[in-house]
Design a protein around this ligand. Structure first.
Ligand code: ADP
Length: 202
């Protein structure tokens, strides 16, 4: 049996990464959504919550039992060890759930797994986990416009998020394949995906 192909999918906020992941899944492909896994772990009843309560205290838990992201963000801003302590709890759990979902796909005889990883360009760990990196690239002004329309965030807030992420150049440097999604229509984007899937015999 041929080895499974592991594709890392990434892109800056508003680039169209989630749209590409959704198109991939619609075509019958397997997508492991690392961001969604991370959010589930820190939601009410999530597997990371006991560890977070133990490490940081009840002040970091919102009334419904999820991680209080605003309080945690404030701590991470002023205490540089806080991010590492949080990641030491969350990252191993992410790894377990990613492995569980990947094994499920292998058991179902999938030939390819797409790992949807927002911060792949920032993470040498993640780049080592995949065979091929697909970057959804987009001009910053289009990223800002799409994100503002989708989320209601201000122009300045989106600019700040983009500034905190890997630069466009850094992301392109780690790419094995690129979808330039600044001017494509949705149909053209879907057609690009068909071509990329065909490259892998899918
Ligand atoms: P990301 O996951 O990279 O943050 P999304 O896939 O959620 O971005 O896309 C951001 C917004 O832009 C969504 O509302 C999506 O429908 C829209 N979008 C993405 N690609 C295109 C495109 N080629 N043409 C028009 N709208 C697009």
């Amino acid at each position: 049996m041929a080895a499974i192909i592991r594709i890392g999918l990434t892109g800056g906020i508003g680039s169209g990464k989630s749209t590409v992941a959704a198109l991939w899944a619609q075509a019958g492909g397997v997508v492991v959504d690392v961001d969604a896994i991370s959010r589930q772990l820190t939601a009410q009843g999530g597997a990371a919550m006991d560890g977070i309560r133990h490490e940081f205290g009840a002040a970091f838990i919102a009334p419904q039992g999820a991680l209080d992201r605003n309080v945690m963000r404030a701590l991470v801003f002023e205490d540089h060890t806080a991010r590492q302590r949080l990641e030491a709890i969350v990252h191993p759990l992410i790894g377990l759930e990613v492995a569980r979902q990947a094994q499920g796909a292998i058991d179902r005889l999938a030939r390819c797994i797409v790992y949807d990883v927002p911060l792949l360009a920032e993470s040498s760990h993640w780049r080592g986990q995949v065979d091929w990196v697909l970057v959804v690239d987009c001009a910053p002004e289009v990223q800002i416009e799409r994100t503002m329309r989708r989320s209601g965030l201000s122009h300045q807030a989106v600019e700040q998020i983009i500034a905190a992420q890997a630069s466009r150049e850094k992301r392109l440097r780690v790419a094995d394949g690129v979808i330039f999604n600044s001017t494509l229509t949705m149909d053209e984007l879907a057609a690009e995906l068909v071509q990329i899937r065909a490259r892998f015999g899918l």
